[in-house]
Design a protein around this ligand. Structure first.
Ligand SMILES: [Zn+2]
Length: 238
């Protein structure tokens, strides 16, 4: 079953940091303030990591992160991605991996991860909540790279609910709009609500919603709406 989803919100970088209560300098942030984790993804051509979306938009394969660039290691892209710090503590890669493997072994419920996607410099899409369900290492250009599998779950503003309520095996998934479609729609609608021209609190709106068979794979079915018009529309549909 696919529930009537809240459309994907577009959010400036500053607002994103305010919402998460921290400046998001790093791409991987494990359990911020002890709650959900936050990851930043990008499918832009200049993206530093190979994140990809699978299964019609319901699965994210997120690449782990390189060791920090320092004077002693100026070429992180030539080194294995680290699981541990020199101190022996886990890196963010290591923490996400442990959570994923513990879930796979049935030791805990899946970690909840909020995903933001860079669309343009300074401009991000809220891709909603995901469950972290798997992690592994791949050899890419002769080095070890971490991969994390995340499944999109129905949006929830309540962390505890997100963690316990949704079962990734039950088929209750959410689909996110592909990056190329988001970029195309943003350009076509010139960064404004198509109904009132407002540039604030914009969402990617499905003209025909998922629940009515609408697709997110075509820009023709996606438009920019401000919060007010997005809410008005979803009230009408329900
Ligand atoms: Zn509007």
């Amino acid at each position: 079953m696919i529930r009537n989803m809240i459309d994907q919100r577009i959010i400036p970088y500053i607002a994103m940091c305010q919402r998460e209560g921290t400046s998001l300098q790093r791409g991987m942030n494990f359990r911020l303030h002890g709650r959900h984790s936050v990851i930043l993804m990008s499918r832009r051509s200049d993206a530093p990591y190979a994140d990809r979306i699978e299964e019609d938009g319901s699965v994210l394969i997120y690449e782990g992160h390189d060791t920090a660039k320092t004077k002693d290691s100026p070429y992180p892209k030539l080194l294995d991605q680290p699981e541990f710090l020199n101190s022996g503590r886990l890196t963010e890669n290591g923490k996400f991996k442990k959570a994923a493997i513990d879930f796979k072994r049935g030791l805990k419920s899946p970690d909840v991860v909020k995903v933001y996607e860079k669309i343009l410099p300074g401009l991000w899409a809220d891709n909603g909540y995901f469950h972290l369900v798997d992690a592994w290492c791949e050899q890419v250009e002769e080095r070890d790279v971490f991969k994390f599998k995340l499944i999109a779950i129905p949006s929830s503003d309540d962390d505890l609910e997100a963690e316990t309520q949704f079962n990734p095996q039950s088929g209750e998934r959410r689909r996110i709009i592909p990056s190329a479609i988001k970029q195309e729609v943003w350009k076509r609608d010139q960064g404004k609500c198509v109904l009132c021209g407002s540039g604030d609190e914009l969402h990617f709106d499905h003209i025909v919603p998922y629940s009515k068979g609408g697709t997110s794979l075509s820009a023709a079915n996606v438009q920019l709406l401000c919060m007010r018009h997005n809410l008005q529309k979803s009230a009408k549909i329900e």
